[in-house]
Design a protein around this ligand. Structure first.
Ligand code: AP5
Ligand code: MG
Length: 219
């Protein structure tokens, strides 16, 4: 199963991706998590990416495409993969199409999580993330069992730099301008599955399971 999770900042991509990846035994590839890990480690990629993430801007296409195609070449992606946060521009989507065609693979489906702006702002405002494994929590809707500690790995929870209100507004603007056009791109290719994602985490998970059980092209 070769899947893409599309959706605006705060739509629940990371939250749902962890559930889908565990259920189907496929790797969850989040470009945002890759950049945050590189920034934390202070690698050259991290130093390059930081200025873009801090502003809520997109990292240049050629950097992201290189990272994702290298990751998709790893052995654990052979049975399938779940991309979260990539592609985010039409050139990224075209590069992914070319790469998959060249390696004899195809997308199974593109799941688009649909959430209104007011809910997105509430979700991002209360989000806390694990410094160690990246698992997302929310102080009201999805709190950890112990305050400030990750349920999965015991790591420390923190608030993302780009979850400050001014940066959230910029990320939403960038989504509308650069990423929303991908909905039409995948609709034209018969791959788009729209999912109403304003309900609770389990409700959205159930909707995704229904869509995946109902088919989509096989990859
Ligand atoms: P990235 O990390 O991908 O951020 P994003 O797309 O803005 O999305 P988020 O991670 O903020 O939200 P999410 O949809 O994962 O929501 P979550 O599950 O956490 O990218 C960050 C940056 O990296 C970009 O700005 C850019 O600079 C760079 N970048 C990344 N990819 C790139 C690319 N391809 N090209 C160029 N640059 C790139 O949930 C949010 C909150 O809501 C949590 O608190 C969660 O607990 C809660 N929640 C989730 N679901 C529900 C629910 N159903 N009900 C109630 N609460 C919920
Ligand atoms: Mg995320």
């Amino acid at each position: 199963m070769n899947l893409i999770l599309l959706g605006p900042p705060g739509a629940g991509k990371g939250t749902q991706a962890k559930l889908i990846a565990a259920r189907h035994g496929i790797p969850h590839i989040s470009t945002g998590d890759i950049f945050r890990a590189a920034i934390a480690e202070g690698t050259p990629l991290g130093r390059q990416a930081k200025e873009f993430l801090d502003r809520g801007a997109l990292v240049p296409d050629e950097i992201v495409i290189g990272i994702v195609t290298e990751r998709l070449g790893a052995a654990d992606c052979r049975p399938g993969f779940l991309l979260d946060g990539f592609p985010r521009t039409i050139p990224q989507a075209e590069a992914l199409d070319r790469y998959l065609a060249a390696t004899g693979r195809a997308l199974t489906a593109v799941l688009a999580l649909e959430v209104g702006e007011e809910v997105l702002i509430r979700r991002l405002g209360g989000r806390r993330v694990c410094r160690t494994c990246g698992a997302p929590y929310h102080i009201e809707t999805n709190p950890p069992r112990e305050e400030g500690r990750c349920d999965r790995c015991g790591g420390e929870l923190y608030q993302r730099e780009d979850d400050r209100p001014a940066t959230v507004r910029e990320r939403l603007r960038v989504y509308e301008a650069q990423t929303r056009p991908l909905l039409a791109y995948y609709e034209e290719r018969g791959l788009l599955k729209r999912i109403r994602a304003e309900g609770g985490i389990e409700e959205v998970d159930a909707a995704i399971q229904r869509v995946l059980a109902g088919g989509g092209r096989r990859g």
